[in-house]
Structures are given as structure tokens and as C-alpha cells.
Design a protein. Structure first.
Length: 252
């Protein structure tokens, strides 16, 4: 996919725009941004149109559920991708952490919840500003890469930890991880990715879908079979797979 410098800048800012809403300390919850997606992004998304609409609804309903139980020690960001929900931010206790996950899990159409909430003080204004900046740089770098399909990933950053969500091949995911790790300020990369094969995406393109993968570099290993969990990168021990063919793999 070819993009102009202006398009790359615009999309990079769009990737972090919804986080800006959370920069004020009086806002206890941030919606992950499915509802803010532009028409061009929708047209090149690997999710079905139904999944994209479901993600918008999930984020809005989950936000409402969390607000009902929110307290002064809770700052939660809800991001849904292909009906998988990522929770980031901070809460005051383990009980609050469990309560947030439970109420979000009960939202209609949620397949699974990846709970990355920490216990402690919410991030500061400066930390949230830095996270927005990092997300923009990661997204712009993914768009600049010629060997992956950048729109197959959603980027979420919390206190320097970058979360990559999406539908991608193993090769694309490893490449996106490599790119994100090279961005200044990134402390760790966590992959919450649904792995598909190159053949599966090629079949989707033939059926008129979007998001066919970029050609693999010469000599690259073939992609894994459809929807297998992504293994952690060495030397980390294997991370438990999440329901629905998604895995969370921290990369230091």
C-alpha cells in the first residue's frame, strides 16, 4: 500500500487521537477508538464489516458498564479488535481489576478479554502524552514499512508498553514487533494478534476482500496454519493462549 507523507502523518495522528481524550485527569475511562475510524481505514480493514460494527458497539457498551462501577482510583482504556477486548490502565485493587474484567466479559459479542490492568496510581498527564506520541510513531513506522500491511494492526500504548492488536500472518506480526521495538521510548511490546496464513488472506483477496499480505522477503519461512497462537519470542517462556485463537506474548 502506497501512502504519501501527509497520509502517513494523518493516520498516525488518528491512531492516537482517541487517547487524547483521556489526557485530562478527570476522565476515568477511554474508549479504544473503533468508532473514530475513517472510511478509508474501514475499506482496508481485515475485519468483516460486521466485526467492525461489533467492535464499535463493544467499546461503547463496555465503557458504559465500567463507568457504572468506576471510582476515583480507576482509569481504564477499552479497546476491541475483532471482538477481542484489551483492557489497559490502572485500578486501585485486585478486586477492582476483576470487577472490570467481569463486567466487560458480559458485554454482548465479546469473545475474550485480555486484562492488562495494573494495580496502582493512574498514569500521569506526561505519561499519557508520551504514550500518544509513541503510538503515532509506531503507526507511522508500520505505514512506512513495505513488507507488511500496516492496517492489519491496531496500536495501543500504556506507559511505554506497546500492544499490537490485529489479524496478521506470523511473518507480519514478527516484523511489526521488530519495528515497534525499534521506536524510542518503547519499553516492551505485547502482541494480541490473531494469526492467519498467507493462503487464507490470499483466498480472502480473491473473494473480493481487502488486506492481502505484502509479499514475504525472499527465503522467508512459510506462515503457520490458520489461527494458531503466536509463540513467544525467545528467551521468554510460553505465554498462555487466550480463547479464540489469540495469544498475548510479551516481548522485551
Amino acid at each position: 500500500m502506497t501512502t504519501t507523507p501527509f497520509q502517513r502523518l494523518a493516520i498516525a495522528f488518528a491512531s492516537g487521537a482517541v487517547l487524547v481524550a483521556g489526557l485530562s485527569g478527570c476522565v476515568p475511562l477511554v474508549v479504544g477508538g473503533a468508532a473514530a475510524m475513517g472510511v478509508g481505514m474501514v475499506a482496508t480493514d481485515r475485519r468483516s464489516s460486521g466485526a467492525q460494527l461489533d467492535d464499535q458497539g463493544i467499546e461503547l457498551r463496555a465503557a458504559a458498564r465500567v463507568r457504572e462501577i468506576a471510582n476515583d482510583h480507576m482509569y481504564v482504556s477499552v479497546t476491541s479488535y475483532n471482538r477481542q477486548v484489551l483492557l489497559t490502565g490502572a485500578v486501585g485493587s485486585e478486586a477492582d481489576r476483576r470487577r472490570v474484567e467481569e463486567v466487560v466479559q458480559r458485554v454482548d459479542n465479546v469473545r475474550s478479554v485480555v486484562n492488562e490492568l495494573t494495580i496502582g496510581q493512574p498514569s500521569t498527564f506526561q505519561e499519557r502524552s508520551n504514550d500518544v506520541f509513541i503510538s503515532g510513531k509506531v503507526k507511522a513506522s508500520l505505514l512506512d514499512a513495505k513488507d507488511i500491511f500496516a492496517n492489519s494492526f491496531k496500536v495501543v500504548t500504556e506507559r511505554g508498553v506497546v500492544y499490537l492488536m490485529g489479524i496478521a500472518t506470523r511473518r507480519e506480526t514478527d516484523r511489526a514487533t521488530e519495528i515497534a521495538r525499534g521506536i524510542s521510548g518503547v519499553q516492551k511490546v505485547v502482541r494480541v494478534v490473531e494469526i492467519v496464513s498467507e493462503a487464507e488472506l490470499a483466498n480472502q483477496a480473491q473473494r473480493g476482500g481487502t488486506g492481502a499480505p505484502a509479499p514475504a522477503p525472499a527465503g522467508a519461512a512459510p506462515s503457520s496454519s490458520s489461527r494458531v497462537p503466536l509463540p513467544p519470542m525467545e528467551p521468554l517462556s510460553p505465554a498462555p493462549a487466550q480463547p479464540g485463537g489469540v495469544t498475548t506474548s510479551p516481548v522485551r
